[in-house]
Design a protein around this ligand. Structure first.
Ligand SMILES: NC(=O)c1ccc[n+]([C@@H]2O[C@H](COP(=O)([O-])OP(=O)(O)OC[C@H]3O[C@@H](n4cnc5c(N)ncnc54)[C@H](OP(=O)(O)O)[C@@H]3O)[C@@H](O)[C@H]2O)c1
Length: 368
């Protein structure tokens, strides 16, 4: 895990939001996220359904509840959420691993009990300092607490929804597409005509990396499992490698740029698959260690200055100008968000299990 930029913001106040469990889950009971008894917060229209999480663990820690709607600060907007995106980062937030993220998000459990970062929805209220958006605008970007009917977002982390995209498609763009874009451009310095290899090409980040690399004029090879070869071809990869059958580092082909998203290949294998002056951008990969999740990245940064090849990493930044660039690419038909599965809000735990099992093809969307 290396998406520390994509951790949720710290909550605006230390007071945990009041939570009222849905009646479908047993007798109604009022309590705060910390477990204290509390008065029902305000009238019914000031509450909302949300997926809440009080502790780190498996998908069993996620539950549907009724809680107070969030309040906005001056630079924020309140969104009626229509869809949210699921990604590996949300899985890390659920499990609290690697442990480094607990320093930022809460040691024993998440300080903000409502997860969900990628969001697409309609603006219903704006803070006093907001200038770019008005109520009624359809937007997408990075929100706080997107697994809910209402979420807040800073205006500088939003862009207008591409006109030709559904809310589900727009909601699965932010984390994964920005990571792919920044890995290819800022970190990878991609040039037209290059041979580019993408590992994890069938997943969230990879499905965008393949499409974007091709749009930048590269000849793309995607690495994935047998069942997803058709998907990766359909995304625009000129070549596909089934990692269950073949090794991309067998010396048969060399690449100018590798966007390494999944599989945790050893640095020696990445180097073997690179041209003598090629670049590898380590963008993801599970099993990177329980403490930082970034063991390979740190070793790459230490080794790189001694090589002609460049080994680097990408920690993507939440920038609205990149969201706007992606919106233009989607409107032009150059990039199409690949929504492989859609789940309703109350099935976020099932969606999380589906992602965890490696079944997702492209992205998973949550509809609200
Ligand atoms: N740097 C950042 O800022 C940043 C941002 C977002 C995410 N990330 C990280 O990037 C990684 C991927 O995230 P994601 O959202 O794309 O996850 P994802 O949607 O789960 O996709 C991962 C994909 O990798 C494939 N895969 C598994 N083992 C593989 C192997 N050995 N070789 C090639 N492909 C393999 C899986 O499908 P198949 O095996 O069936 O093909 C799956 O489609 C995660 O580690 C995440 O934490 C980093």
């Amino acid at each position: 895990m290396h998406d520390s930029q994509f951790l949720p913001h710290a909550p605006q106040s230390d007071r945990a939001p009041a939570v009222r469990e849905e009646s479908v889950m047993g007798p109604e009971r009022l309590h705060t996220a910390t477990g204290d008894e509390a008065a029902l917060p305000g009238p019914a229209e000031s509450t909302m359904r949300a997926i809440v999480q009080d502790a780190y663990g498996s998908a069993d820690v996620l539950r549907l509840a009724r809680i107070t709607r969030p309040e906005i600060a001056g630079s924020e907007v309140l969104l009626r959420v229509h869809a949210a995106g699921l990604d590996r980062g949300r899985w890390h937030m659920m499990t609290g691993r690697p442990y480094l993220l607990r320093l930022v998000c809460g040691i024993r459990g998440p300080r903000n009990p409502v997860q969900g970062l990628d969001v697409a929805g309609t603006v219903v209220a704006v803070g006093s300092a907001v200038t770019r958006f008005s109520p009624g605008d359809e937007v997408f970007g990075f929100g706080r607490g997107a697994f809910a009917e209402y979420a807040t977002a800073r205006e500088d982390k939003l862009a207008r929804k591409p006109a030709n995209a559904t809310f589900e498609q727009a909601a699965v763009v932010p984390v994964s597409a920005l990571t792919a874009l920044q890995a290819l451009t800022n970190a990878g310095r991609i040039k037209a005509g290059q041979k580019v290899l993408v590992t994890g090409a069938s997943g969230g980040v990879g499905s965008y990396a393949v499409q974007l690399a091709r749009a930048f004029g590269a000849e793309v090879t995607g690495v994935c499992s047998t069942a997803k070869l058709d998907l990766v071809r359909s995304l625009g990869a000129a070549h596909v490698i089934d990692y269950t059958q073949d090794d991309f580092a067998d010396g048969g082909h060399r690449y100018d740029l590798i966007i390494d998203i999944a599989g945790n290949p050893a640095l020696s294998r990445l180097r073997r698959a690179l041209t003598p002056t090629g670049t590898a951008v380590i963008t993801g990969g599970e099993d990177g260690g329980n403490w930082t999740g970034m063991d390979r990245q740190f070793r790459a940064l230490v080794l790189s200055p001694f090589l002609r090849q460049r080994l680097t990493m990408c920690t993507a930044r939440q920038r609205s100008r990149d969201l706007e660039r992606l919106a233009e690419l989607i409107e032009a038909g150059t990039v199409t968000p690949s929504v492989g599965a859609t789940y309703p809000l109350d099935q976020v735990p099932e969606a999380m299990r589906y992602l965890e099992a490696g079944k997702a093809r492209g992205k998973v969307a949550i509809t609200i």
